[in-house]
Design a protein around this ligand. Structure first.
Ligand SMILES: Nc1ncnc2c1ncn2[C@@H]1O[C@H](COP(=O)(O)OP(=O)(O)OP(=O)(O)O)[C@@H](O)[C@H]1O
Ligand SMILES: [Mg+2]
Length: 165
């Protein structure tokens, strides 16, 4: 049996983005969490405002400073080795059996965030679980949707097993 816990703040938080796409992103993450826990486990979804200061922004380039709405989706599932983490945002990358996964779920989440100037980070440990953190721009001060210049600076990092938009 799986348990799902949600942690929402008392007042709604602003998110710059298309509601349908954001909803689809949450569904994709929840489905992945479910699939990672075939024998049951715990999924926790929380949202919180987070102020990205200079130090944090500098260690997560090209993330601008400012106020974000952060969605965390954590599961207690089978987790992923480092090599898998490096590839999860690639279109058609899947570790699921033939017919069980298209490998498009996370690449869609990544594209959605990229379009709206957000960022996604993953932390995972084999047999310990996985946490995705999605940083949604909460307003104009984080830059909103990416400019052409910021898009050019969009980079994939291998060391930190994260991919930034
Ligand atoms: N929460 C998670 N725990 C462990 N592995 C995960 C998790 N989320 C994603 N993955 C890994 O990332 C891969 C890619 O995920 P993605 O959602 O893009 O495709 P998929 O789930 O395999 O297929 P689809 O989403 O089309 O059903 C998965 O096959 C799995 O190996
Ligand atoms: Mg999926």
């Amino acid at each position: 049996m799986s348990r799902c816990r949600r942690g929402w703040p008392p007042a709604p938080l602003p998110v710059v983005g298309d509601p349908g796409q954001v909803e689809q992103a949450v569904i994709n993450l929840a489905l992945n969490a479910r699939d990672a826990m075939p024998d049951g486990g715990k999924v926790v979804l929380t949202t919180a405002p987070e102020n990205v200061d200079d130090a944090y922004a500098r260690s997560h380039p090209p993330m601008p400073t400012g106020l974000y709405t952060v969605l965390r989706v954590s599961d207690s599932g089978h987790g992923m080795p480092h090599e898998t983490q490096l590839r999860i945002f690639e279109p058609f990358f899947t570790t699921k059996d033939v017919g069980k996964g298209t490998g498009l779920g996370l690449s869609m989440v990544y594209s959605t965030l990229k379009q709206i100037g957000g960022f996604i980070f993953v932390e995972s440990e084999v047999n310990r679980g996985t946490t995705f953190r999605l940083f949604f721009s909460a307003g104009a001060d984080t830059g909103g949707p990416p400019t052409r210049r910021r898009r050019r600076r969009c980079a994939r990092t291998s060391g930190a097993a994260t991919r930034r938009c």
